[in-house]
Design a protein around this ligand. Structure first.
Ligand code: TXA
Ligand code: MG
Length: 341
């Protein structure tokens, strides 16, 4: 299959591109499109076969349910059996935006979308291109991040192309996504609501609207369907071994001493030198999140022996960044040992 990459203005999306995408989606095809968080791989959420194609293209286990994107609160309400009061308050405050709410689904939502489970994850994305697709197409769009399963999430059309070229007909290219990290996922079927995946909106942002939430970390095994599939230990990972450490100086020096070529991802000023490729991100969590995946994609493409990541600060504001970096480094215990000599 030939994959077309079509440029779209991120603020005023050209209707031609949106209509071309809509035709493909109506026919059961897949279209990659930008959201305010990361690029999504979209399909008509009410079309069983289109949804099955998402799983096939990503190599995603069928036990991992998908996020369904809708144009507004009314469109969300059509897909759920009940819209609990805390969910209404959060939606009123944060939609469109990077907040995904898990609610009890109606029979309209195909089982493939929810991995056979009784709940559906819904959000209204804040990107003009995503909203134009939802409004012009008048279909809810199932859309996980547009990357092969367990790989790094894409924040540019080029990232999508590298992972999925030849497998999908169309990528809408509106430049880098502004947020850089996936949405916050909150289960509102329980009281208090439970944080399933940290994201751009912090627990404090949510608590400010609905009071206390349960934000204890979720780590599931590959159960069916997983409570929070993104919480499988290894996820969002580069192919180069990645190590998260508070002692970057020590680890970098040990690696360089034995002649390794390594990458360093840090928020502090650091100088590149022989065999050391440095990616420096802003020292604030919002700026860091916006650039994190792109920096990891660059380091992953640089042919390095390993990527060393300086552990971010322990504060709450860095929760989602820490979560993604920990998952990217999941099997790190063995990576951590630098063989002597
Ligand atoms: O920012 C985002 O959310 C991006 C953009 C494209 O919107 N999408 C995204 O989708 O990250 P994906 O498929 O890569 O992440 C799926 C997440 C899982 O981590 C899980 O927490 C949640 O969606 N999820 C989906 N359906 C669920 C359900 N029924 N119950 C619990 N969690 C669910
Ligand atoms: Mg994903």
């Amino acid at each position: 299959m030939n994959t077309r990459v079509v440029p779209v203005d991120p603020l005023l999306p050209n209707l031609d591109a949106i209509e071309e995408a809509t035709r493909l989606l109506r026919g059961g095809g897949l279209v990659a499109f930008p959201t305010e968080t990361v690029y999504g791989l979209g399909a008509n959420a009410l079309d069983d076969r289109a949804v099955a194609a998402i799983f096939a293209v990503k190599g995603r286990p069928p036990t991992n349910p998908l996020i369904v994107h809708v144009s507004d609160i009314a469109a969300a309400a059509e897909l759920v059996a009940e819209f609990p009061e805390p969910a209404r308050r959060l939606a009123a405050r944060y939609w469109p935006g990077p907040l995904t709410l898990v609610m009890v689904k109606t029979g309209r939502v195909p089982d493939g979308v929810t991995a056979g489970g009784p709940t559906v994850a819904l959000r209204v994305p804040a990107h003009p291109v995503a909203l134009a697709l939802l409004r012009v197409g008048r279909m809810p769009l199932a859309a996980p991040s547009a990357n092969p399963s367990t790989a790094l999430s894409p924040t540019t059309a080029e990232h999508v192309r590298r992972g999925l070229a030849g497998k999908i007909p169309l990528i809408l290219d509106a430049g880098p996504t502004p947020g850089g990290l996936e949405s916050t996922v909150l289960d509102v079927t329980v009281a208090p609501p439970r944080l399933l995946r940290p994201g751009l909106l912090s627990p404090a942002d949510l608590a400010a609207v609905i009071g206390p939430i349960d934000a204890t970390p979720v780590v599931t095994e590959a159960t069916r369907p997983a409570r929070a599939p993104g919480s499988h230990a290894r996820h969002y990972a580069p192919t180069t071994p990645l190590e998260l450490t508070a002692d970057v100086v020590g680890l970098v020096n040990r690696c360089l001493d034995r002649g390794s070529r390594v990458g360093l991802l840090t928020w502090r000023p650091a100088a590149a030198r022989h065999n050391l490729v440095v990616e420096q991100l802003p020292a604030d969590p919002v700026g860091y999140a916006a650039g994190m995946y792109a920096a990891l994609h660059r380091l992953d493409a640089a042919g390095l022996e390993r990527i060393i990541v300086e552990a971010p600060p322990p504060d709450d504001a860095w929760l989602a960044v820490r979560d993604r970096l920990m998952r990217a480094s999941a099997p790190s215990a063995s990576v951590g040992e630098v063989p002597a000599g």
